[in-house]
Design a binder for this molecule. Structure first.
Ligand code: HEM
Length: 444
């Protein structure tokens, strides 16, 4: 039966598209052209072939393609990031692990993002957020993106590994240069972004090792991500190796701040451009009395804010898509998906599907009102956090931090975009405004 299926699959055509130049394929256009997928979707439809980072790759767009990929995990597909990403994250990162090790580590780390853990993070998130908002109000005018990066990094360090990095700008700068090498060509010459990022990885691992040793010397009762990893035992009953601990923490600190910086800056940008939505968001805040500290109970009442945040992540998803490798040939919509090729599912383009989202280009939080709930019309049409067994493990942490930030910002501050800046988005590794989002900022 299986041979027959394979035979008939072999007769199917490959998806349309262009493999580009030898070796580098279409990688340069992919990295430099924000409309790479749009142009090819127009020409070829929702599935097309290309060649990225040295691998023939099939790009797939839409809810059905997402369902096909997420449900075939470990059977037809496995995780495979471009080589530069894989090397910089490290082999023992959750994002790189597969099979049963991936499952056990994921289960372990998920504990750091359970509702009880999240509730315990709220007071510290509120405190750090308030202190940054106050700092920005004192500055009056600022380039927000780098400030947001320092803020999200402080939150991640404090809550995931129990370390205070308030004045450690070097740590964030290392991460910034490291992430600049993530989606590049794997060329190890001293001046390439990849080589520079590799050097940063070494320095980051040294810093992370110090954090781990410090915690081992002074154990704390904290059940944060580091605490969970330190107490965990592997399949043979041994503690996790120091190399694994370092890779896991590097991934969490990276994923825990880079994506959030992008999400928060998109929120600030889109609300500054939509005064009527900003006004409605403030109105909701005014209706929620909060004399003391913001708590989970207050946050639950902010349902319009939930819709806004969801819409921000639909319109400008921080992560563009996810890579897989085909481990068993299969078929999709009449096309052959050959073993050994890469697959790339597309988040941003899925969110522009006009059959799901009315006026998809338009920023419209009402589309997530329970009476419309456009994303519910088809599973996997909203995939900001991916899906299936590799869905973002930090999703609830991200949503909580976004909500606390947005609520406190709306309640006490106003901001205005500085004229004349370039607001075009750089899309890789995460979406961000080209000039870093310059704003005039103050208390209300
Ligand atoms: C708005 C913020 C965030 C967005 C948009 C986002 C998006 C994503 C996406 C799309 C994936 C799946 C990639 C794939 O299919 O291969 C993913 C995976 C992951 N995310 Fe997030 N993420 C966010 C925040 C976070 C946070 C705060 C953390 C940790 C504190 C985190 C940790 C991870 C990890 C470890 C994985 C890999 C999971 C696995 O392979 O099992 N993310 N994220």
């Amino acid at each position: 039966m299986k041979t027959q299926a394979t035979k008939s699959q072999n007769q199917l055509p490959l998806p349309p598209g262009n493999l580009g130049l030898p070796v580098i394929g279409e990688t340069i256009s992919f990295l430099s052209d924000p409309d790479f997928a749009t142009k090819r979707q127009k020409k070829y439809g929702n599935i097309f072939k290309t060649n990225l980072f040295g691998s023939p790759t099939i790009m797939m767009i839409g809810a059905e393609a997402n369902r096909f990929i997420f449900s075939g995990e470990n059977q037809n597909f496995t995780i495979k990031w471009p080589e530069t990403v894989a090397v910089l994250l490290g082999p023992a990162s959750l994002s790189m692990q597969t099979g049963s090790i991936h499952q056990t580590r994921r289960k372990l780390l998920s504990q750091a993002f359970q509702p009880r853990a999240l509730a315990s993070y709220t007071p510290a998130m509120v405190e750090i957020t308030n202190s940054y908002l106050q700092k920005w109000a004192n500055l009056g005018q600022l380039t927000w993106y780098p400030e947001l990066r320092q803020y999200t990094f402080d939150v991640a360090c404090k809550l995931l590994v129990g370390t205070d990095t308030t004045n450690d700008h070097h740590f964030t700068e290392l991460f910034e240069e490291w992430s600049g090498g993530l989606f590049t060509l794997s060329i190890r010459l001293p001046w390439t972004k990849f080589s520079k990022a590799l050097k940063c990885r070494e320095q980051l691992l040294t810093k992370i090792e110090q954090i781990i040793l410090q915690r081992q010397k002074q154990p704390s009762s904290e059940q944060d991500a580091l605490g969970l990893l330190l107490n965990a035992k592997d399949e043979d009953g041994n503690s996790l190796s120091i190399d694994e601990l370092k890779d896991q923490i590097l991934t969490l600190l990276f994923a825990g701040h880079e994506t959030l910086t992008s999400a928060l800056s998109s929120f600030c940008l889109l609300l500054a451009q939509k005064p009527e939505i900003l006004a409605a968001a403030r109105k909701e805040q005014q209706q929620i009395t909060c004399t003391d500290m913001l708590t989970s109970e207050h946050l639950k009442q902010m349902t319009y804010l939930d819709q806004i945040l969801k819409e921000v992540l639909r319109v400008i998803p921080p992560v563009g898509g996810g890579f897989r490798e085909v481990i068993q040939s299969c078929e999709f919509n009449g096309y052959r998906i050959p073993q050994g090729w890469s697959l790339l599912y597309q988040i941003g383009k899925t969110h522009q599907d006009e059959t799901i989202y009315k006026d998809a280009q338009n920023f419209d939080p009402e589309r997530f009102d329970p009476t419309r709930a456009e994303d519910k019309s088809k599973p996997f049409s909203y995939v900001t956090f991916g899906g299936g067994m590799r869905e973002c493990v930090g999703k609830e942490f991200a949503k909580l931090e976004m909500k606390i930030f947005a609520a406190l910002l709306l309640r006490g501050y106003e901001w205005e975009l500085v004229a004349g800046q370039n607001l075009d988005l750089i899309m890789i590794p995460t979406s961000q405004p080209r000039d870093g989002l310059k704003v005039i900022f103050g208390s209300i």
